[in-house]
Design a protein around this ligand. Structure first.
Ligand code: F3S
Length: 275
């Protein structure tokens, strides 16, 4: 069985940067926390914890020390609270997320409804809503658009969503006779990973998507692959692979989300090659 890796897969610039900042903070003697898991990858979070970078569920759980804001960013109030409390804040918000936050604030200032395309419970979306103001509505797809949209309507999108999802929401708004101001804030790394996953999934007999099951961008990669290749399998690590999935397959592709480190991808590749 030939194993082919997607051209673009695995840890993106923003996650790499956040991990570098956390690794640098480890050298400090102070207590160090991340507000929520640093990245959506359980194995990496366990390693960080073992090295003294612990997960705090909320700002109230940190009384002193260093707080790392993860690549997903936070609401402006959260940042202000942490700073007021005198904590040392290391802001690892990905620059692409920071740009999306600025776009959300610009749309808020237009005064109408700000449609945020994304997963309502995702930390990045919570942060975007904090910048988008009271008139923000989160929609996972066009069916979730509210009956009433106050003009001028703005649209901003979670950085890891798919272009198809953004376009379907924009089209549904246009179908109501409203021309929205659209900020396409899907990041380049996400687009690259989605495009190369789609290409590879269309060429192989089966494909494995590696990443945390709680990772939004990895879940999208899985959905994209599934649309092109029925034998798409989403795993967090090589221990989940089953030989029966690949019976009769001559080629198997491997792709991975933006929060999946290179060693986890390599383990999966080696395990597949050994099958
Ligand atoms: Fe940033 Fe895009 Fe990665 S927004 S964290 S570079 S997936």
């Amino acid at each position: 069985m030939e194993v082919i890796r997607a051209k673009h897969a695995g840890v993106c610039y923003g996650v790499e940067r956040a991990l570098d900042m956390a690794n640098a903070a480890m050298l400090d003697d102070e207590d160090t926390y991340t507000l929520g898991p640093l990245i959506h990858n359980p194995k990496v979070v366990e390693e960080l914890d073992a090295n003294g970078v612990h997960v705090a569920a909320s700002p109230d759980d940190v009384q002193e020390g260093i707080v790392i804001i993860r690549s997903h960013g936070v609401e402006p109030d959260v940042l202000a609270t942490l700073r007021e409390r005198g904590l040392t804040v290391i802001d690892a918000t990905c620059p692409h997320v920071a740009k999306a936050q600025r776009s959300a604030a610009q749309l808020r200032d237009m005064g109408g409804t700000v449609v945020v395309v994304g997963r309502a419970d995702h930390p990045e979306v919570l942060g975007l809503c904090g910048h988008a103001g009271e008139r923000a509505v989160v929609v996972a797809n066009a069916n979730e658009l509210p009956d009433e949209l106050i003009e001028p309507v703005g649209v901003v999108v979670q950085t890891t969503q798919s272009t198809e999802k953004l376009e379907s929401v924009v089209e549904a708004i246009r179908a109501r006779g409203i021309e929205p101001t659209v900020k396409n804030t899907i990041c380049f790394a996400t687009r690259q990973r989605q495009e190369s996953a789609a290409r590879l999934a269309g060429e192989v007999d089966a494909i494995v998507i590696v990443g945390g099951k709680n990772s939004s961008n990895t879940t999208h990669l899985y959905e994209i692959c599934k649309a092109h290749c029925p034998k798409s399998h989403f795993v967090e690590g090589s221990d989940e692979l089953q030989a029966s999935w690949f019976e009769g397959c001559k080629t198997v592709g491997v792709t991975a989300g933006a929060s999946t480190p290179a060693d986890q991808i390599q383990e999966v590749v080696e395990c597949l090659e050994a099958m």
